[in-house]
Design a protein around this ligand. Structure first.
Ligand code: MN
Length: 351
């Protein structure tokens, strides 16, 4: 075989709730080709400062941002690209911009219109992917600082506890209602995403339990994803495949779903992390332990011709680390890069 360099999946630094020049330099230094930003609150002081909006903020009260502006997004993209990085994706809008749509409450239609405007602005700014989830009550954990390997702090979830500590803050919703709300949402926004050239990527529920806090959770199985991909059957609608969230139902069903949707070309990007255990009880883990096998995941993606990107997602909090997790993320990202490089060597080559 000629030495044709294989097009490897890109490795991206993610989970930034806010950004600094130092964060971007760090992402580049550890070899990432891009970054993703998580649910940015463009009204927060950190984003106002980063996007140099102090002047406009000082000139009078601003209405809360319900629709991201193309100008803010274009400035964000330029700031990222100035570091030699791509702005690969924005992972979701803040939950309070989509909660009424998810629950079918008054104001849902307004939120969907705002979301469409945001998609158009993303297209104008040339940002290719918008992640989203359909979890009205968010990601739940019953332990925020359990002790993992060597005393590293990890999160965990025990459904026996989770089902007892419901806040009662949300209206009860059945599976059929949550599906209906999602179908109405995606039917309205997908044509806008297609016209804007922005891909929508659905993240699974975390934890993927049938119901929590009285609200059904629908995106927790291969069958549910198959239904969603068939209902919104477009190259502009795919998966943010999270091996950590999906792995909570077990490594084998996770791998089966990964294979199916990777081969169908419906995975836009991958959150690559591991867990100890599976529902009803699990804890998050380092990438090199637990039930998720990153070698098997990346091999499957390569064989399927996956051309999206991979993010480390949540990482354990290690000694001396920052809140974002520079040390732990450098470890996970380097691990992924090493596995990818090894898998990309021609078969039989021993160096
Ligand atoms: Mn994830």
């Amino acid at each position: 075989m000629p030495d044709q360099p294989r097009c490897l999946p890109r490795i991206v630094a993610g989970q930034f709730r806010e950004l600094s020049q130092a964060d971007l330099a760090f992402a580049r230094q550890i070899g990432c080709s891009g970054v993703t930003v998580n649910k940015p609150d463009f009204d927060s002081p950190a984003w106002i400062a980063f996007l140099n909006k102090e002047f406009t903020a000082a000139s009078g009260p601003r209405a809360p941002t319900r629709r991201w502006s193309a100008l803010d997004l274009a400035q964000l993209r330029a700031a990222v690209e100035a570091h030699g990085l791509a702005l690969s994706c924005i992972e979701g809008v803040p939950r309070n911009l989509l909660d009424k749509a998810m629950l079918g409450l008054p104001g849902a239609e307004e939120q969907i219109e705002d979301f469409k405007a945001t998609l158009r602005a993303m297209g104008q700014a040339g940002i290719p992917v918008l992640g989203y989830n359909w979890i009205p009550d968010g990601v739940w954990r019953t332990a925020k600082a359990a002790h993992g390997r060597g005393g590293a702090l990890v999160t965990g979830y025990d459904d026996a506890v989770g089902q007892r500590v419901a806040t009662g803050g949300l209206p009860t919703r059945s599976e059929a209602q949550i599906w209906a709300n999602w179908e109405q949402f995606i039917a309205e926004v997908l044509p806008v995403a297609e016209a804007a050239g922005v891909r929508l990527s659905l993240h699974p529920d975390d934890p993927p339990v049938p119901v929590l806090d009285g609200v059904a959770r629908i995106f927790r199985s291969e069958a549910a994803f198959a239904r969603a991909m068939a209902f919104a059957d477009s190259p502009y609608h795919g998966l943010a495949f999270c091996t950590g969230a999906f792995g909570q139902i077990g490594a084998a069903p996770m791998m089966a779903a990964l294979r199916r949707f990777a081969r169908a070309g419906r995975i836009h990007y991958v959150h690559l992390r591991s867990v100890h255990g599976a529902l009803p009880r699990f804890e998050e883990a380092f990438i090199d332990e637990g039930s998720v096998d990153p070698v098997a995941v990346l091999r499957e993606l390569l064989e399927a011709g996956f051309d999206g990107f991979v993010i480390d997602d949540h990482v354990p909090h290690v000694e001396g680390d920052t809140v974002w997790g520079h040390r732990s993320r450098a470890y996970a990202t380097g691990y992924i890069a090493g596995v990818l490089r090894t898998l990309s060597q021609p078969q039989g080559a021993t160096g």
